[in-house]
Ligand binder design. Structure first.
Ligand SMILES: [Mn+2]
Length: 300
């Protein structure tokens, strides 16, 4: 191919070694709305070819080397049965890489992801960008609707959790009261829009000052359904894609963030690749934020 028809893409950053890992977790079983979230890791990998490495906003080329560690063997497994595979794969990835991008799968992958940080749960911080509390009851076992309740029951203190972008008429009063009673930092979608996402994120990061390592759960259904058709839980009135991308970049620049997941992307619901391109851009923004750590001289 001639130079005219090629550009360096984010996919070209994938090689044998690197500071950032991509790890797929194609889990869909146990979803409140059964679908095909298991297709998301491969769809995101393909989408990365469509992004250039040039970040026009900073005038910099993204140069962070990425390792694709493949998928945890969880296809078709219920969350309880796939827990060990995801936790162990995340633990191995965090040993070798400063930042691990865990691509679900449904939101049930967040629980094993947090356990995989390799830090005692009382020192783990969890930030969720999600329309939902994910505090459904656990009497039927772990599901995509209850990872935060599972983690509380596992021993993650509520004071170590901040939930951002929560939507009205998509959660119950009991979930809200339980979150507040547990000491979770609760930030609604209107908080994000009125106060600005940066102010909300800074408050959340400050609340988690006592945590040694952070995981961020990006449940893509936090984004407005009009901009994000490919997630069963997305609703009108959600976060704009712009705000989401700004949040991703800012959170990725926080050196304690060691694992970030992207969950609830169901490629079978997508329209015009909108969600695939949003998920691909999530990887780009994670890399841009990660490179800010280096630029700021912040080690991990
Ligand atoms: Mn969720």
């Amino acid at each position: 191919m001639s130079a005219m028809t090629t550009w360096k893409s984010i996919a070209d950053l994938i090689g044998e070694s690197g500071d950032v890992a991509i790890l797929g977790a194609p889990m869909d079983a146990g979803s409140v709305t059964p679908g095909r979230c298991d297709l998301a890791p491969e769809t995101v990998r393909k989408a990365l070819k469509r992004f250039s490495t040039y970040d026009l906003e900073t005038g910099r080329e993204i140069a962070t080397a990425i390792v694709d560690r493949g998928d945890a063997a969880v296809k078709g497994l219920m969350p309880a049965d796939g827990f060990d595979a995801i936790r162990d794969a995340v633990t191995a990835a965090t040993k070798d890489h400063a930042l691990t991008l865990l691509i679900g799968g449904n939101n049930a992958v967040t629980r094993p992801g947090a356990h995989g940080l390799g830090v005692p749960l009382d020192k783990v911080g969890l930030i969720t960008l999600d329309a939902h509390f994910d505090l459904r009851e656990t009497d039927q076992g772990p599901r995509n609707g209850n990872p935060v309740r599972c983690l509380l029951e596992d021993g993650l203190p509520g004071a170590n959790i901040c939930q951002i972008g929560l939507a009205p008429f998509a959660n119950t009063g009991k979930m809200h009261r339980d979150a507040l009673a547990a000491g979770i930092g609760v930030f609604t979608i209107t908080d994000c829009k009125v106060r600005g996402i940066r102010a909300v994120l800074d408050e959340a990061i400050e609340r988690l000052e006592h945590c040694e390592a952070l995981m961020v759960d990006f449940d893509i259904d936090v984004i407005d359904r009009g901009q994000l058709p490919g997630a069963p839980g997305a609703r009108p009135g959600g976060m704009s894609a712009d705000m989401f991308f700004a949040a991703v970049r800012h959170l990725a620049s926080e050196p304690r963030v060691r694992v970030a997941d992207l969950t609830e992307f169901d490629p079978s619901l997508d329209v015009s690749d909108t969600t695939a391109l949003t998920a691909g851009r999530w990887v780009c923004e994670m890399l841009a934020g990660f490179e800010r750590r280096r630029a700021a001289g912040l080690s991990h």
